[in-house]
Design a binder for this molecule. Structure first.
Ligand SMILES: C[S@@+](CC[C@H](N)C(=O)[O-])C[C@H]1O[C@@H](n2cnc3c(N)ncnc32)[C@H](O)[C@@H]1O
Length: 215
């Protein structure tokens, strides 16, 4: 087995050498905490990773499922061109309102649109032109459905990205009775076996599964 275990020193090195979380995003997390939002944003090193992914496919239109405080939406939007658009779906109105406030503060309201409601329903109502990338980061039980509904909305060569796919270290447990872990295992299997995707799992932060639409 060829791998390097991630130590705190290595993690600090990565974040310091490829910094992506600026003062604004750092403050956003503190304010979200103070407002009682759960601290479940992507990790700082995932910002750089998502931005590289967006730029590598020339993303102009991105769909995000799971807005929370707008941390990942703002991070992704910064890697889009001037005419880029990011549509983000959020079930919790308090999260959506907080995110909207921060999006306005970041002067990104012309780029990011927050739609409030259940992602399953909102996905069925999307009529926009195809997306270049879809970032799935909401309830884990829904990941399978989100993949199914988002794939037809994705252009050929576009990316589908699912977060937390190492299931907090439990993903390899085939006997688990934890419904969240089971859902993530089903999602990874679907991503791996899907005839329209070539996929891999990147062990960054809590794991990200990435697929490119090949047909
Ligand atoms: C992990 S957080 C998203 C974090 C965000 N992507 C970031 O990194 O900044 C998940 C969010 O998905 C929302 N959510 C959960 N289930 C949902 C659903 N069925 N439809 C839409 N949003 C949902 C939650 O309210 C929460 O705000």
């Amino acid at each position: 087995m060829k791998y390097v275990p991630l130590t705190e020193a290595l993690h600090s090195y990565i974040c310091e050498t490829f910094p992506a979380e600026d003062e604004f995003l750092c403050r956003l997390k503190t304010e979200a905490d103070e407002a009682g939002l759960p601290p479940i944003h992507i990790a700082p090193e995932q910002i750089a990773f998502l931005q590289v992914l967006m730029r590598s496919v020339g993303a102009r239109r991105v769909l995000e499922i799971g807005t929370l405080a707008g941390y990942s939406a703002i991070a992704i939007a910064r890697a889009l061109p001037n005419d880029g658009r990011l549509l983000t779906l959020e079930r919790n109105p308090l999260h959506a309102e907080f995110a909207l406030r921060k999006i306005r503060e970041a002067a990104l309201e012309h780029v990011i649109e927050v739609r409030t409601g259940s992602a399953k329903e909102l996905l069925g109502e999307i009529r926009e032109e195809p997306f270049d990338a879809v970032f799935i980061d909401a309830d884990k039980a829904g990941y399978g459905t989100y993949l199914q509904k988002a794939l037809p909305l994705l252009r050929l060569g576009g990316l589908v990205i699912g977060d937390n796919t190492l299931a907090w270290g439990n993903i390899a447990d085939a006997t688990t009775e934890d419904k969240t872990v089971q859902a993530l295992r089903r999602f990874n299997t679907a991503m791996s076996a899907h005839p329209q995707l070539q996929s891999c799992l990147v062990p960054i932060a809590e794991g990200m599964t990435i697929g490119v639409k090949i047909r």
